[in-house]
Design a protein around this ligand. Structure first.
Ligand SMILES: C[S@@+](CC[C@H](N)C(=O)[O-])C[C@H]1O[C@@H](n2cnc3c(N)ncnc32)[C@H](O)[C@@H]1O
Length: 397
């Protein structure tokens, strides 16, 4: 085909670095590249990828994690290596030819880069798996600890429920599939490894989102605050890993010590270290009344979307008595589902909620309804520049 080489050369030259500071444009390019792949693939190629290839790549990636290759390679400073050198970096004995076959697949899947015969270079992604200052390894383990169970069970779960839309938090594909038959937020507290993998997954996932202080006017929130009574500035309810408060501190480093509070279930935050005296950790169950009154804001990120409508109303009602009229706000940071053109981020999270929690991502009208049902008022919605998530300001009616 005439000119093809030129087109390929141009396409292959693009990297994420070309979009530095242009995240929205990078995501547009990514969405367009995905559409291109889908247009170019034959039906057979698509079916083979869905039915076969993806799970094999996932397994090869996980085996390399289990034998310590990713950690060994990152600790060795990365770099291009022969398979013979790579097998020497593992912490478990692994036959050379076994590793060779797994690496060949991971090279074909662009998880690592093949640079010659039996020779590979790590990618930013593979290096991050072996770097424990990220939570990437935990995020990968969350697949088998949590998601595979309920996502793969969804077809039989929905068949059992005669294809009714799941609405009951006590009857989910996740509960139906796991051996303990527990809801996710109970089960993840039964074993440290379950807790760490879920927390790690959600921490890495938080990097997928535009940091809320980048699109919401946090300066006005802080300017209007009165901390003289000892009430906190912001309480992050269900804050788990603290990423949202840390992002706020990046923008406003001079906030007073202890002015930010991270609340979550005791088991969820135990062992968490945030390396700052600005954030206090506090055990709290949001199905009980909020104990901290008169905070400038109660922030909930990806928390309410985990629950069906009547439980969202209950959580909001438990916050209501803590609000000071004309001063306090509830800030709900969530996907606001568009009526058309939902991104993969939005649509996949919606179906993940269906499987894991019998919950759903709401449109603006659906958010307004649950807020009004709790006797509160929706004041404004500020969307991130990609239009994926918004901060919904809520006040006493
Ligand atoms: C999807 S995670 C969101 C975590 C974090 N805000 C984020 O945006 O990544 C939901 C959080 O709600 C917490 N949670 C679940 N049930 C809770 C309860 N009854 N009381 C307080 N927190 C709860 C979980 O422990 C978890 O941290």
């Amino acid at each position: 085909m005439e000119g093809l080489d030129l087109v390929l050369k141009k396409l292959e030259a693009f990297t994420a670095a070309d979009f530095e500071g242009y995240n929205t444009e990078r995501l547009k390019m990514l969405a367009s590249a995905r559409k291109l792949v889908s247009r170019l693939q034959s039906n057979g190629e698509k079916a083979y990828e869905i039915a076969y290839q993806q799970s094999l790549v996932d397994s090869a990636l996980r085996v390399c994690l289990d034998i310590g290759l990713w950690h060994g390679w990152t600790a060795a400073g990365g770099g291009e290596k022969q398979v013979e050198e790579l097998v020497g970096l593992t912490t478990k004995t692994c036959e050379l030819n076994l590793l060779r076959r797994l690496l060949r697949l991971l090279g074909a899947a662009n998880i690592i880069e093949e640079t010659g015969e039996d020779r590979y270079k790590p990618t930013q992604f593979s290096l991050s798996i072996g770097d424990d200052s990220t939570c990437m390894a935990q995020a990968i383990v969350s697949k088998t600890d949590h998601w595979d169970l309920s996502h793969m069970n969804l077809p039989s779960f929905l068949a059992k429920t005669s294809y009714r839309e799941p609405k009951d938090a006590k009857n989910t594909s996740y509960i139906d599939a796991n051996p303990e038959r527990l809801p996710i937020f109970d089960r993840f507290l039964t074993k440290k490894s379950y807790r760490d993998s879920l927390r790690g997954f959600l921490f890495e996932y938080s990097k997928y989102r535009v940091p809320w202080p980048e699109f919401y006017d946090t300066a006005s929130l802080i300017e209007g605050a009165d901390l003289s009574s000892g009430s906190p500035l912001i309480v992050d309810v269900g804050g788990l890993h603290g990423a949202d408060l840390l992002k706020l501190l990046d923008k406003h480093p001079n906030l007073p010590a202890g002015s930010l509070v991270l609340q979550d279930l005791a088991g969820a935050i135990s062992g968490l270290t945030l390396n700052t005296d600005k954030i206090k950790l506090m055990e709290y169950n949001f199905f009980k009344p909020e104990p901290l009154h008169g905070s400038r804001a109660y922030f909930l990120h990806m928390v309410l979307h985990d629950w069906p409508d009547e439980l969202v109303t209950r959580i909001l009602q438990n916050l209501k008595p803590a609000l000071k009229k004309g001063y306090s706000k509830i800030l709900i940071c969530e996907i606001v589902m568009p009526r058309t053109g939902a991104s993969m981020y939005q649509a996949s999270l919606d179906v993940a909620l269906m499987a894991n929690l019998s919950a759903y991502e709401r449109t603006e009208a659906e958010w307004k309804k649950v807020i009004n049902d709790a006797g509160l008022e929706m004041i404004s919605v500020t969307m991130d520049p990609r239009g994926f998530e918004g901060v919904i300001e809520v006040e006493l009616a």
